[in-house]
Design a protein around this ligand. Structure first.
Ligand code: BV8
Length: 236
């Protein structure tokens, strides 16, 4: 699987562009989700992630996440490569999830003062939350969310494993992604080029991958994927 924000839309998690509401509405995501933006205005970026983190803490996986998890009992090996930072695939029971862009519930030192990554448990910290991000208890640098920002390198192990699995996929289900952000958007091309994989896109809209897929399932993943599971179960 390659999944994006669309698979979590029916759980109430705003897609990346929709998350730009209220005081963040006037910003382009690539302006906010960058180390430069955090250095320039740590409170603005921190508060945006705290807003999204509070949203994610209130939602549950939807039927699309559960259908993806159910595939594990029906197929020899299912892996989920996700761009999402909401942890909903894991919450739905998917056991092999590669989080290419990190996890909004985790935090680390912006300077990685104890080595990359220097994870920080913010529940153990006391600070003036109105002032923005807490200081790192080791070095005093700001604490940041453990997500991959634009211009930052993806976690090497996650990217290597995602590339390896994509290169030997027989089937790739592409769910809920506009297919714009790199290198995640490369995975379907790798699957097709290196293993002639059958590509299936689940998305109510055309997107950057529509041109290369073998099958486009035009609908919300929370409705389409349970039907796919049912059809597989009803197979003679
Ligand atoms: C890097 C974490 C380099 C933080 C994110 C090559 C060409 C051009 C540009 C680049 C390139 N290589 C690198 C770049 C730059 C950049 C990039 O790709 N820019 C794009 C915009 C052109 N990439 C990077 O900077 C990456 N880093 O390359 O480092 C490097 C290399 C060496 C040394 C140093 C550096 C890092 C990219 C990661 C950025 N972090 N997220 C956070 O979330 O805040 S990206 C973030 O945006 C998400 O994780 C996701 O990846 C992306 C949003 O895309 P989608 O998930 O697809 O969501 P979107 O809203 O766009 O679309 C939703 C879709 O769902 C729609 O199609 C909709 O129709 C559909 N949908 C809606 N409802 C449903 C549905 N589908 C099904 N069911 C529904 N119900």
């Amino acid at each position: 699987m390659l999944t994006g924000a669309g698979v979590s839309a029916e759980s109430g998690v705003p897609t990346f562009r929709d998350a730009l509401t209220g005081l963040w509405a006037q910003f382009d995501p690539q302006q906010l989700a960058t180390p430069a933006a955090f250095e320039t205005n740590p409170k603005l970026v921190w508060d945006w992630y705290e807003y999204r983190r509070s949203l994610v803490s209130k939602v549950k996986p939807n039927a699309g996440h559960y259908a993806i998890a159910a595939l594990e009992d029906m197929l020899p090996h299912v892996a989920v490569v996700t761009q999402n930072i909401d942890g909903l695939h894991q919450a739905a029971g998917s056991s092999d999830v590669i989080t290419l862009h990190g996890d909004i519930t985790r935090h680390k030192c912006f300077a990685n003062c104890q080595g990359d990554p220097t994870m920080i448990d913010i529940t153990t910290l006391e600070w003036d939350q109105e002032a923005g991000p807490p200081p790192c208890p080791h070095c005093g640098a700001y604490v940041r969310p453990d997500v991959v920002w634009f211009t930052e390198r993806l976690p090497v192990d996650a990217l290597d494993r995602a590339n390896a699995l994509s290169g030997k996929a027989d089937v790739m289900l592409i769910v809920g992604t506009s297919g714009v952000v790199q290198p995640a958007a490369q995975m379907p091309y790798r699957a097709k080029r290196f293993n002639g994989a059958y590509l299936i896109d689940v998305n109510p809209e055309q997107n950057a991958h529509t041109a290369i897929v073998d099958l486009h399932l035009d609908g919300p993943s929370g409705e389409v994927l349970p039907q796919v599971i049912k059809a597989m179960r009803d197979l003679p």
